[in-house]
Design a protein around this ligand. Structure first.
Ligand code: PEP
Ligand code: CO
Length: 448
């Protein structure tokens, strides 16, 4: 590979990029972004990496989740708060049973650019460029909206900054206080059984807090009881944006992509000789790479040598997304072969992207398939002697009907009631919490 600079990716073949008409406007937007403050601080990125090193040592578990694609239109405090509360609820369920810290990473504050399986979308005989995420073009199906506009990068930047501001406030300002555990329950958690299960757990936590408070440990003298950390992540797809936010940290003199704490490469752009792998090889952030059913073991090894050349702990997360029907035939061999290499890797499961199906005009996912892939991931990891280190979900704190099944039994007929995603179908709060209870049992077993 050529010497790395933040723009050396331009010498490599690249996939899934927009074709901008006005290159002068592109470079003017990139120069503006280069002058704007970083969204995250290198010290925070290092703290995430040290927490992920604990995942690698089986001392913690990674919960990564959020929208498939953030949108300019649905941007608002309620959305951010409800997804944050859902993550806290899931984390508490997992901590209680798994007995270990949960590292919380949102697909948030930058998750705007989307890879697409087709360059064009056809509706009623009319063909237009595909929607590639709000940072690139618009969702509406008309020529004007679908034109890639560089200035959208600035809007995405400012939305990310506002989102991060609110997340930091929620994490440090009292909402994450363990004494609030009952209040994290979202009003629309509909199924009584789930609500009761969560209430029972909250009661136990409150009891434990009462006990330690009697011993002198309380939320006033112990900040970790009233504060949490939530980190940000997104797919590093749109490289002009990532390049513009890549900075040299003045303390360590290391290079960080300061658009988010953690970045990942998608299944469609993980070619070992391509621009995305080359770009991310030069930054110090923790990274992820999505691995689908067609991945070859040698490719994964090469990716590990590119993306984690120093074999650091907590640096590289292999995000498995095979689909419930394929995981059993593919994953055991991957685990076996990679184990032989002595590589420091975290493995997590994305049970969403291998299980997408069409129901009429809607993209959906069956909740049963999602549960099944998670369960199989834990079982295969167990039998291969590998630690199942995390989960990667598309989910929202809103009461949407996008994935079928689950306790409220969303059906193909009821999908249309509240189908709000601009991209892939997300778990709603009920489905996500139900999954958290399932994973809590699996995690307990994995850590036993
Ligand atoms: C995604 O995470 O939204 C995505 C497109 O995933 P993948 O690259 O695994 O298909
Ligand atoms: Co998606």
């Amino acid at each position: 590979m050529a010497t790395w600079t933040k723009d050396s990716w331009k010498k490599y073949p690249i996939k899934q990029q927009p074709v901008y008409e006005n290159l002068e406007e592109l470079s003017s937007v990139v120069s503006k972004l280069e002058k704007l403050p970083p969204l995250v601080f290198a010290g925070e990125v290092r703290s995430l990496k040290s927490k992920l090193a604990k995942v690698a040592k089986k001392e913690a578990f990674l919960l990564q989740g959020g929208d498939c694609a953030e949108s300019f239109l649905n941007f608002g405090a309620d959305n951010i708060r409800d997804t944050f509360k859902l993550m806290l609820q899931m984390a508490i369920v997992l901590t209680f049973s798994g007995g270990c810290p949960i590292v919380k990473v949102g697909r948030v504050a930058g998750q705007f650019a989307k890879p697409r399986s087709a360059d064009f979308e056809e509706i009623d005989g009319r063909s237009l460029p595909s929607y590639r995420g709000d940072i690139i073009n618009g969702f509406e199906f008309n020529e004007e909206a679908r034109k890639p506009e560089p200035k959208r990068m600035l809007e995405a930047y400012y939305q990310s900054a506002t989102t991060l501001n609110l997340l930091r406030a929620f994490a440090r300002g009292g909402l994450a206080d363990l004494r609030e555990v009952h209040r994290w329950n979202l009003d629309f958690l509909k199924r009584a059984e789930l609500r009761d299960k969560y209430s029972e757990l909250s009661d136990k936590i409150t009891q434990a807090l009462n006990f330690i408070e009697a011993c002198g440990i309380n939320t006033t003298n112990t900040p970790s009881l009233r504060e949490t950390s939530i980190y940000t992540s997104h797919e590093a797809l749109l490289l002009p944006y990532e390049e513009a936010l890549t900075r040299v940290d003045s303390l360590s003199l290391e290079t960080y992509d300061c658009s988010a704490h953690m970045l990942w490469i998608g299944e469609r752009t993980r070619g070992v000789d391509e621009a995305h792998a080359h770009f991310l090889s030069g930054v110090k952030n923790p990274l992820g790479v999505k691995i689908g059913p067609s991945a070859k073991v040698d490719e994964i090894k090469t990716l590990a040598s590119i993306l984690n050349k120093d074999n650091e702990e907590g640096k590289l997360n292999i995000i498995i997304r095979m689909g419930a029907d394929k995981i059993a035939s593919v994953l055991p061999n991957i685990f076996k072969e990679l184990k032989k290499e002595g590589l420091n890797l975290i493995y997590s499961i994305d049970p969403m992207h291998g299980n997408t199906v069409k129901a009429g005009s809607y993209k959906t996912r069956a909740f049963d398939k999602i549960m099944q892939e998670v369960r199989m991931f834990f079982e295969i990891a167990q039998s291969e002697g590998v630690y199942p280190g995390g989960v990667h979900l598309e989910m929202t704190g809103q009461d949407v009907t996008e994935c079928t099944g689950g306790s409220l039994n969303v059906t193909e007929q009821t999908l249309k009631e509240r189908y709000e995603t601009q991209c892939d179908p997300r778990l709603n709060a009920d489905q996500a919490l139900e999954l958290a209870f399932l994973m809590a049992d699996l995690l307990k077993k994995a850590r036993a």
